[in-house]
Design a protein around this ligand. Structure first.
Ligand code: NAP
Length: 533
């Protein structure tokens, strides 16, 4: 406690200085509130601050993955590429912070350890590395993919080589030239970094537990297209927000289940050439009908067999579950990389990584690999991991960990029963990661700011999600997910990548437009489903 600054005059404390926390700061400050952001890192940017691994790039197009609350901002910022690389996104968020003078209210290097609701004062007490603060509102802007997952391999402490995690990549350049490099995992982070690391490493050993589906990003420099969109930016933004995933897609070519073989091939080939996640929008039934989904996965599998020259390697790269069930990846030269002589693919699904040794790692059949560097591309404790690291106590001392013991429960992904005046941006139950995150973030932040403004105008100081409303929303989120292919494989959406985590589909897959409509209805009915006092 000694040496910590004590501050009791905030109206709101925001945890996390990524895209959501910074915009929340901007909105609440505009309402005249005294606001501070506490950020663990020594820089702003959240996901884009930490994920600086080689090849890190967004899989939503730059012109869509950007704020649209200020027209001058969206007009003056120039995106170099269709899909932005991490340094460009980090430069953008720093530009935004300078333009709106946000940095002065951000305390960096300041990890939040606990947040407790004091029923007597009606305030949140927030304890961080540098400050003990209290505030009427606490907003968790902690991100969906910010708590890294590092499997506890036996013997890791003996390993004398270098270890790296894609989600905690050092700021300094990592030199992998001429080295024997191992990478564990083949999710989006690995799929983006493998082609780049293979250019440098003496040999790259890819340890794959489950193959993933990937389609080409077909990334390119942005030129005329950017000017065209900027001439009509607000019209485009409105159009994108009417889409199920809140990003631009070409109309589906009907239903795959009833399409002819010719139509299927023509449409999939077209989407493959266009590149990106819009591949899954080729037909309207791909995420709800597994037979339809099979047509898409067969197409991708054929592509893999055509691209990868060694049939044994190609076979190992073929997934055996529905495409989209684990997040689809968008790559640049991923499958092609396995044709390089310095890259090998090791299947560790059954012959698992048994342990690390002093100089590398050992599989259960006794095969050993000598590694100078080992990269963990092993993902995140998604959606709940960052909150789990903070001791959060609501009414009557109820801890969030206790409350979420059987899986996370929220109302609209924004409020939690038992935790008054605590808002969560892109929490479980929000469409978040299944949409263009920037659209969801902006909608959540604006909804929260409007709610706080409405409370103040109507003489309320306290808001809390009601149990019934929360239960109904959780049931709805589960019900909608059950009608899709999403719960059919082990994904981080379900928490299935973390040993012991309750299996529950966390994001909302009812579509962005329906979600927005529901949030607007709740607000227009005086925050229906929330109790106010
Ligand atoms: P991920 O998709 O969860 O992939 C983690 C990988 O590590 C999986 O292949 C997993 O295998 C493997 N793994 C985990 N524990 C293991 C173990 N004990 N032994 C062997 N393998 C193990 O994580 P990610 O690649 O970091 O991506 C997470 C999400 O971040 C993405 O889905 C995406 O939403 C986001 N992201 C987006 C971009 C982008 O915008 N382009 C880039 C990177 C990340 P299993 O599948 O068998 O569990």
């Amino acid at each position: 406690m000694k040496d910590k600054i004590v501050k009791t005059d905030y109206d709101a404390v925001i945890v996390g200085a990524g895209f959501s926390g910074l915009y929340m700061l901007h909105k609440l400050r505009k309402l005249g509130l005294r606001v501070v952001v506490f950020e663990k890192g020594d820089g702003i940017g959240g996901t884009w601050f930490w994920n600086r691994y080689p090849g890190a790039r967004c899989d939503v197009q730059s012109l869509e993955y950007s704020y649209h609350f200020d027209d001058s901002l969206q007009q003056e910022w120039e995106w170099p590429e269709r899909y932005s690389a991490q340094p460009d996104i980090l430069a953008y968020i720093n530009y935004v912070a300078r333009k709106f003078d946000l940095q002065k209210d951000v305390v960096l290097d300041n990890e939040v350890k606990s947040a407790s609701y004091d029923q007597n004062s009606g305030k949140w007490n927030i304890s961080s590395t540098k400050e003990l603060a209290s505030a009427q509102f606490c907003v968790m802007a902690t991100g969906c993919l910010s708590s890294t997952n590092s499997p506890s391999f036996s013997g890791l402490e003996k390993y004398t080589g270098e270890t790296l995690h894609t989600g905690l990549w050092p700021k300094e350049k990592v030199n992998l030239r001429g080295k024997e490099v191992g990478i564990i995992g083949t999710g989006s982070s690995a799929i983006q970094s493998i082609p780049i690391i293979a250019q440098e490493a003496k040999h790259l050993h890819v340890f794959q537990r489950t193959p993933n589906y990937s389609v080409p990003a077909q990334n390119h420099k942005l030129e005329e297209e950017q000017n065209l969109i900027k001439q009509n930016y607000s019209t485009y933004r409105k159009k994108w927000e009417q889409e199920f995933f809140a990003f631009g897609v070409n109309e589906p070519a009907g239903e795959a289940a009833s399409a002819s073989k010719e139509t299927l091939v023509t449409e999939y080939e077209k989407r493959w050439e266009e590149g990106g996640l819009m591949f899954l929008g080729a037909f309207s039934d791909l995420i709800i009908d597994d037979n339809a989904n099979k047509t898409a996965r067969d197409f991708i599998k054929n592509k893999i067999k055509q691209i990868v020259k060694d049939p044994a390697t190609a076979k190992k790269l073929l997934p055996n579950y529905s495409v989209g069930c684990k997040r689809l990846c968008a790559d640049t030269g991923y499958y092609e990389t396995f044709n390089k002589p310095n890259v090998s693919l090791i299947d560790v699904s059954e012959n698992i990584i048994k342990e690390f040794t002093k100089t590398g790692l050992l599989l259960s059949d006794g095969t050993s690999y000598e590694l100078d560097s080992c990269i963990f591309a092993t993902g995140f404790d998604a959606m709940t991991g960052s909150l789990d690291k903070i001791q959060i106590n609501g009414k009557n001392g109820l801890s969030l960990k206790q409350k979420w013991g059987d899986g996370p429960r929220t109302y609209l992904g924004l409020g939690i029963s038992g935790f008054p005046n605590l808002f969560h941006i892109a929490g479980p139950g929000s469409p978040s990661v299944l949409t263009n995150m920037m659209a969801s973030i902006q909608q959540h932040v604006e909804w929260i700011a409007d709610c706080i403004n409405w409370m103040s105008k109507n003489g309320y100081t306290r808001i809390e999600a009601e149990d019934n409303a929360e239960n109904d929303w959780v049931n709805h989120v589960n019900e909608v997910a059950e009608g899709t292919i999403y719960p059919s494989c082990n994904s981080w959406y379900l928490g299935a990548n973390i040993p012991g985590k309750t299996r529950q589909f966390m994001p909302y897959i009812g579509g962005y437009p329906y979600y927005v409509k529901k949030c607007n209805e709740v607000a227009s009915r005086g925050y229906d489903g929330f109790s106010l006092s």
